[in-house]
Structures are given as C-alpha cells and as structure tokens.
Design a protein around this ligand. Structure first.
Ligand code: AMP
Ligand code: MG
Length: 398
C-alpha cells in the first residue's frame, strides 16, 4: 500500500496523467453536451449590418423633434433602401437594416403621427436604438473557445456563425464495474445480507451527465479470477474504467490486486479525505482506472471531484465549475479531524450554506437536495455558524 496523499495531490496526479483523445465532427443538432474541439469564429460581423433594435421611425437625430416626412417602410429582411434626406424618416421594424442617412430610431411609443401624416417625437431620444454592425463580434473573431462544453446557448452561437458541422472532442468510453458478492440487481428484492447495486446505475448516470459514453458491466463477484478477467476486458475496450467497491482492507477487497494482475500501475491508493480514503488510481498505456470505494456517497463524490475533471481533460476542457464562498447557516462538528472531510450543504435563498443531516458515506439519500459540498480541513473539528466556507457545486443534482 502506498502513502496517504492529500486530495489536492491526488487531483494533481490524476490530471497530470490526462491526454487529449482526439476529435470528430457532428451535425449541429447532435452537439449538445459535447466539448468544442476548435475555436468557433464569426464568418461575418455580428450583427452583419446596422439594424434597428425597435419598431419605430428611423431618422436623423439633428432633425428631432420633427416634424418628419415618412418616405419609406423597411421590414426585417428588406435590403437597404435609398438614403434619407434631412427631415425625412422611414417606418422601420425590429431587425431591419438602418437606411443610410439615419442615425437613430424613435420608438413608435415615443412618436406621434400628426393629422397631415408627418411624425413628431415629444420625447428626447436617449438611445439611438441601433445595433451596430460588428458590435457583438467582428468577422474572424473567436465567439466560442475550444474546450467549451456545449449548452443550448452555445448552440445558438454556432448556428449564428454558420457552423453546421461542429468539431467536437471524442467522448471517452467509460466502463463501469460494480464489485461485491452482496450486490443484487435493482429489480431484485435483496435477501438477508444483500443490497441493491446502486453504484452501477449511479455511475452510469454521472457518466452520461458528464458527456461521456458509459458501458455497464457486472456486478462482478469478489473473486480474483473473475475480477481480473472482467477488468482486463474492460481496460482493453475502454479509455476509462471505473470500479466500485473492493478497495478497502477487507479480506475480499481484491481490486488493487486485480489492477496489478492486468498490468496497470497504481499511482495512489490512499487519499486523506472523508469519504473516499481508499480511492485507488491506476494507469496503463491507454487506460485510466479508478477503484472507487463501495460506499455510495464516496463513489458519488469521488466521481464528481476526481473522475469528472479527468474526463473533462480527456476532452480538452480544463475549466472547472466555479466554487462559491458562503456563510454557514449552522455549525458543523465532527469527532475525528485526521482527514479533510466533505459535508453536503444546501444553499439558502440568502446564499448561506445550510449543513444537511448526514450520517456518513453510506447515506446516499442525504444528497438529494445538496447543492454542494464543503470541505472541513484536516485538523479542524468544528466550524461555527457564520464561518466562511467554500462550496463546491454538485452540478449533477441540477
Ligand atoms: P467495499 O468498498 O467493497 O468494502 O464496500 C463498502 C460498502 O459499500 C459496503 O457496505 C458495500 O455493501 C457498499 N457497496 C459496495 N458496492 C456497492 C454498490 N455497487 N452499490 C451500493 N452499495 C455498495
Ligand atoms: Mg466489497
């Protein structure tokens, strides 16, 4: 067994081992949740022409308050019309190109049409109500950097710049192997001594939410040969292998042994964090393998904070979700302070971190309303109400 390292050290080892897995192209309609593999650039100025931000009258500011003679109507989609001469105006619709000569748009609400058909504006025009060509982006400029995880707002940007085929990072193939003789499938009623395999479906869901391709195997029995066979095949066919269970110091915790049997090199196997102490990380030439502790909260959090950052790096994304600072809405305390410990909190409407009832690493239903996790540092036994804490978001719960 190796030496105990801090979670920061574990993170540095895991991320330091990452390598970009390459890219492919997908249609715009299939890029949601993928990671952009090349900067998206504007192929035109955005907006491509000076356009009206309002329905109103395009005119010269110097001619206001009028009266102005209406000489044209410009609809969205129209091509530029003749230039406006002094004391002329054009009815113009939102999104329509501004006629030459005009330098502002008076909203219909701010204008009065006189009986003779001319237009007056009683209200001094504050804004010119024009979206200027290129004010959002210049032709050739980057509108989305590579490494962006594509959400609906990014789809809109890609559509705007004409990106019909989107370069995206290849999704890591992730094998999920739950281990344990006590595990029964979700649709079975556990006999005495048995429990349902929740880590398998949970890890599959976490992998899907992280934008990678999960393949679920097992559960695998606590048998060295079965485990070695399953792990060898999983490692050969996937980029990442996630095992749950079998990494503690029990008589049937055979995962580290199996990792070595299939030729993986263990980089660490003890992390000074609670939950998750026996988290084990091993690498092969083309595979990253995690032995996650069997307790569901450990598996869940180690995936969120250790595995997910690696998956992002494999896809060329190195931005982590922002950590927010909040005040504790109530005190927290613990008996042992030998390791950093992670506790679930909920953010209140006032932005404070409310500690949630939590019985330890088996208590997976404590997380249902957790917005994030706070870390109580090693050596600290309690934190008072009002203490400033850093909250790592649990995006998978939203
Ligand atoms: P282990 O790491 O194998 O010693 O397991 C630690 C604890 O987690 C035990 O109480 C196991 O029963 C539980 N556990 C292990 N694997 C799973 C799983 N796939 N789903 C739910 N609980 C599990
Ligand atoms: Mg076990």
């Amino acid at each position: 067994m190796g030496e105990m390292i801090t979670f920061e050290q574990a993170t540095a080892i895991v991320l330091g081992s990452a390598r970009y897995l390459g890219d492919e192209r997908v249609p715009l309609s299939a890029c949601l949740g993928r990671v952009l593999a090349a900067d998206a650039r504007a192929d035109l100025d955005l907006p491509p022409f000076d356009k009206s931000a309002m329905d109103g009258f395009a005119c010269r500011r110097a001619d206001l308050p009028g009266p102005l003679v209406v000489v044209a109507t410009v609809a969205a989609g129209a091509t530029p019309t003749a230039a406006l001469a002094p004391r002329q105006c054009a009815r113009i619709m939102t999104g329509a190109p501004i006629p030459r000569g005009a330098d502002c748009v008076v909203k219909f609400e701010d204008a009065e049409v006189l009986p003779d058909g001319t237009v007056r504006s009683g209200v001094a025009a504050r804004s010119d109500n024009i979206c200027r060509q290129g004010e959002d982006a210049r032709r050739g400029g980057t509108v989305l950097p590579r490494g962006t995880r594509i959400g609906p707002q990014h789809v809109a940007v890609l559509a705007t710049v004409g990106c019909a085929q989107v370069p995206v990072a290849r999704r890591p193939r992730v094998a999920i192997l739950a281990t344990g003789d006590e595990l029964v499938p979700v649709d079975a009623r556990p006999a005495p001594g048995q429990i349902r395999n929740s880590n398998g479906p949970q890890l599959e869901a976490q992998a899907l939410a992280a934008g990678v391709l999960p393949a679920v195997y097992g559960p695998v029995r606590d048998d060295r040969e079965d485990l070695t066979r399953a792990l060898r095949q999983a490692a050969a066919e996937h980029d990442v292998v996630l095992l749950s269970g079998g990494v503690s110091e029990g008589d049937f915790d055979l995962v580290p042994q199996a990792m070595q049997d299939v030729g993986l090199v263990i980089r660490f196997d003890r992390v000074a964090v609670k939950p998750g102490r026996p988290t084990t990380f091993a690498v092969g030439p083309d595979v990253w393998c995690f032995g996650l502790p069997g307790n569901p909260v450990s598996t869940f959090l180690q995936f969120e904070f250790l595995v997910k950052p690696l998956l992002r790096r494999l896809m060329g994304c190195d931005r982590e979700p922002p950590v927010v600072t909040a005040r504790l809405a109530g005190p927290v305390s613990r008996r042992h302070a030998d390791r950093e410990s992670w506790l679930p909190v909920m953010l209140t409407d006032a932005g404070d971190a409310q500690p949630l009832e939590y019985h330890g690493s088996g208590h997976i239903n404590a997380l249902w309303r957790a917005d994030g996790i706070i870390a109580v540092p090693a050596g600290t036994k309690s934190l008072a109400k009002g203490a400033l804490v850093r909250v790592r978001p649990l995006s998978a719960t939203h």
